[in-house]
Each structure stands twice: as C-alpha cells, then as structure tokens.
Design a protein around this ligand. Structure first.
Ligand code: HEM
Length: 505
C-alpha cells in the first residue's frame, strides 16, 4: 500500500485545527466558576451604551439593576464594566477584598491633567500608598484641618456678610455660585497660602479643566479608537489647559521656594509637600510634577463636593418647612446667647448632623464612587471577576434602596434619631457617600468641617424664602451630568437677617 503525502492546504488546515484544540485545552483564561453575569442587551460596536442614553448614568444603572440584578456586566463600547448595586457587593469589593480592588483604571483626562495619573485619586501601588500616608499624616488629617480654622472663619465670615448685604436690599443669593466661590477660596488658600499671587489665575483655569475633564473621552470606552480623542480636539484642548495650569503651579512653587523662611505663618499644603520632598525620607521620592498633581486633586476632590452638598441641603430644607424650622431651632436655641457660631460649637448640633447625613444619602456627590480595577481573578457573591475587570459601585442607588431604608426617597433627618444608627464612615455599606476601605475619601474631615460650619451659620443667622413668584413646587431638583452630581439649576434664595453677626464673627 502506498502512503499518500497530504497536500499543503490539508497540512495547513490540520495544523490550524490542532492549534485551536491546544488553545482551548490549555487556555490561560481562568476557568469559569459560578453563574454567568446577567448582561443587558448589546448592540454591535457600542455594546450596552444605548441603555445609558438620555439618563444620568447612576439612574440608568439603578433601573438596569432592578431588571437584571445586583451584579451585572455591561459592555460599554469595548470595555466591560461590572456594576454592584447591593450592600453585600459593596462590602466585598470595598472591604473584604479591598486589597485586590483598591486600584484605579487608566483615564485619558487623568493622564493628561494629573501628570500621568500621579495624583492621589488615580495613582496606584506603592506610590499611591505613600501619598495616602502623606494625606493622613500631613495634608488632610484632623490636625492640619484644624490648623486652617482661621482661614475658614475668615472665608465663611466673608460669605455671611455678603449674604447679609443681599438681605439688606432683599436681593436673591445664587447659593450654588457663592458656595463654589467659598470652597474654592478655602482650598486655594489652604494649598497656596494666603498671599500667593497665582490664586485667581489658578482658580479660573481649574474651573475650565474640571468642566472639560468630566466630558466624554471616546478613547476610554473604545481603547482602539484613541485617535478619535485627538481628532475631536479633546486631548489637544486638555493638553492646552494642562500647560496653563502647569505654568501657574511652577510659578507658585518658585514663589514658595523663595519665601520659605520657617516663619510664624502656618504651613500651607505646598509648603508641606516641598518640605517632605526636601527632607528626602520618603520611600518613593516625589518630584515637582507629583506635588503639582496632588494640588490639582485638592481642587478636583475638595471644592464642588462640599459646595454641592450645602446647596442640596438647603434645597431639601426649603422644600420641607417643618424640617427647616427644626434645624434652625436647634442652632438658635443653643447659640442665641452667644450670638455667633464657632467651629467648636458645631458638634453639639445633632439634628444638623442628621440633615448632613440625609443630604449625602440622597445626593452623594460621586454617585458611582471612582472606578476600581481588580488585580487578580477572584470570586464575589458567586461570580468570577477576572483580573483586569473594571468595577463600579452604585452608592446613589444603595442610599435610595427601599430594602435598606424606610421611605427611602423622603428627606427625613430624624431617621438617624429613630434607631437608624448609620454612619458614613465606611462600615455601613448601604450608606457610602465617602466610599469605604483603603481608597475611601481622603478629605472627609476637611470637607465636613466647612460644610457643617457654613450650613449651621446659614440656619442661625438667616431666614430664607424663595424669590417672589417662585413656589416650592417650581424648584427643579434634577441633577446635572458632570464630574460630580450637582444641581442642574442653581438654587436662588432670598435671605433675611435674623441674628446679626458681632464684628468678631
Ligand atoms: C462632601 C465632601 C466630599 C465627599 C462626599 C467626597 C467623596 C469622595 C468619594 C466618594 C471618593 C472616592 C472613594 C472611592 O473610590 O471609594 C473620594 C475620594 C477622594 N477625595 Fe473626597 N469627598 C469630599 C470632599 C473631599 C475634600 C474636601 C478633599 C480634599 C481637600 C477630598 C479629597 C479626596 C481624595 C484625594 C480622594 C482620592 C482618595 C484615593 O483614591 O485614595 N475629598 N471622595
């Protein structure tokens, strides 16, 4: 019998089939354990993006979770996102398996603006761990926050006297605008010092940057189409802004280097970072670019968040006169003899604390926290989460979930007095406005101190009314789409002075 030699095409195709079999058998992909993820329907190319069109992302994701479950996978463009919408899921990702999920994915805007993601919020690994330590020990810890007491007193006092001037002529105050100016001034002076020449220029530029950076990057959803960000001008525009910011920050650092004399004045945040850089005791040395990235974080994380929360609190109170009266009664009864409020008075206002908690429950400034990326393949609630998966936690939906909150959509600060002993410190996983675990907000004390002081002074010194012709039912409570969940329409209120300030306030 003659042996037939196979032809070349037959040889090639046999070889290919063999290759496929070998790949299947020895695939490096982890074996799938547990159930498949529920996945909303997909369209070619865009994946599930159509489910998000026309709605705010956290609203759309809550609606999808109601249909598909507390853990679901969405393909957004070319990127898979796993969305968690239960407290058990949040607990697993943010706490139980924190070490695996305390990483951020890459983002075009963060890479361009924050010096290759070398800020606190978007860096990773050993470098991030060190920045986080610097934050806790030096930049945003209780001691440093306390050292800015006179800065807050001055800036909040200035706002109160502007409001008082408006009250004298019955003029409405645009709360959103004024509160953003307040938090910007506090963060800029805490970072740059009180006498720095660059403040105004920096504030104008960073406002533009934050607006732009919260826009849509095609490259983040379609990594193979990063060129689109160049073609649309998105990357170019961001680079232009970055250059402007960089020049201002360079000048500021030079100014600091020239005037650092170890004098009496409190260290500002740039002083602290320069000192740590020069001392040279850091495990991972930091550069001037790293310092600049950290300063940018203070603005991105610390201004709108605080201002928006105060504006939401005032909006909710104005819609519920009895709640407003109760909050005013608390501060007025406690402070009427003294006639003004200092930071040390604030902890006694327990109802006011409930107002703040209730505001953050219903209006967390970052409704989906910041995205996480898993390092190793692991299992969460029975689902296999492959290494490299991107995760989002819908804390906005957790805060409004009737499984966890009675009368979930109502603003009721008294729920925190009636046995609902929940805190936002990262242990109650249905209430996570600051996140939880090792990537929890680094500026909580800084933010809350300004927030509670300003709100208590608003309630103590002024009565508030809607402008002429506006009724409670006209107030639009919808949110805008942006870096943080702010009001779509700024709140305008007419103040009338109830308790004048003594000159020292
Ligand atoms: C009402 C005020 C604030 C709220 C509700 C808030 C909320 C948050 C949230 C939800 C995160 C992400 C947590 C996560 O991914 O798990 C975060 C991160 C962060 N926040 Fe805040 N924030 C506030 C104020 C501030 C202030 C005043 C600063 C600084 C001056 C600040 C600095 C930061 C930083 C640096 C991070 C990144 C932490 C990291 O990735 O390690 N925040 N914040």
């Amino acid at each position: 019998m003659e042996l037939q030699v196979p032809s070349l095409p037959v040889l090639l195709s046999s070889f290919l089939v063999l290759l496929i079999i070998i790949r299947r058998v020895f695939s490096s992909k982890p074996k799938h354990v547990g159930p498949e993820f529920p996945t909303p329907s997909r369209l070619p190319f865009i994946g599930s993006i159509h489910h998000l069109i026309g709605k705010l992302p956290h609203h759309a994701l809550r609606d999808l979770a109601r249909k598909h479950g507390n853990v679901m996978k969405l393909r957004l463009g070319q990127v898979d996102q796993i969305i968690f919408s239960s407290r058990e899921g949040a607990q697993q990702v943010l706490k139980a398996q924190d070490a695996n999920f305390a990483f951020r994915p890459e983002f075009t805007a963060a890479k361009i603006i924050a010096y290759g993601q070398s800020d606190i919020a978007f860096s990773n690994g050993e470098y991030w761990r060190q920045l986080r330590k610097i934050c806790v020990m030096e930049l945003l810890g209780a001691k440093r926050v306390k050292s800015f007491v006179s800065l807050r007193k001055e800036q909040v006092g200035r706002l109160m006297s502007d409001v008082s001037n408006a009250a004298a002529i019955g003029k409405p105050v645009n709360l959103g605008e004024r509160l953003n100016e307040l938090t910007n001034s506090i963060v800029v002076q805490a970072s740059f010092g009180r006498r720095c020449q660059q403040q105004k220029k920096f504030m104008e530029t960073i406002k533009e940057v934050i607006k732009m950076a919260s826009g849509f990057s095609v490259g983040d959803l379609f990594p193979s189409l990063q060129v689109v960000d160049v073609l649309t001008g998105f990357s170019t525009q961001l680079k232009k802004y970055h250059k402007k910011l960089d020049a201002i920050l360079d000048a500021t650092i030079k100014e600091h280097q020239m005037t650092r004399d170890g004098g009496e004045e409190e260290e500002d945040l740039i002083d602290v970072l320069l000192r740590l850089k020069d001392e040279g005791n850091l495990e991972v040395p930091i550069t001037f670019d790293n310092i600049k990235a950290v300063v940018i974080d203070m603005f991105a994380g610390g201004t709108e968040t605080t201002a928006n929360t105060i504006e939401w609190a005032m909006s909710e109170l104005m819609l519920r006169p009895s709640t407003l009266q109760r909050a005013q009664k608390e501060v007025r009864e406690a402070m009427k003899d003294k006639g003004y409020i200092e930071e040390t008075d604030v902890p006694q206002f327990t109802y006011l604390r409930g107002v703040v908690k209730e505001t953050l429950r219903l209006h967390p400034p970052f409704p989906l926290l910041f995205p996480r990326v898993g390092q190793e393949t692991t299992e969460v609630l029975g689902y296999t989460i492959p290494a490299g998966s991107r995760l989002l936690i819908n804390v906005w939906s957790l805060g409004r979930d009737p499984r966890y909150w009675k009368d979930a959509d109502s603003f009721k600060p008294e729920r925190f007095e009636e046995g609902v002993n929940r805190e936002f410190k990262g242990n109650d996983f249905e209430f996570l406005p600051f996140g939880a675990g090792r990537r929890m907000c680094a500026g909580m004390t800084f933010g809350l101190t300004t927030l509670e002081l300003t709100l208590s002074k608003f309630l103590f010194h002024f009565d508030w009314a809607f402008p002429k012709g506006v009724q409670a039912e006209d107030i639009d409570m919808s949110e805008s789409f942006g870096a943080s969940a702010s009001r779509k329409v700024n709140l305008l209120l007419v103040p009338s002075l109830r308790y004048p300030f003594p000159t020292l306030d």
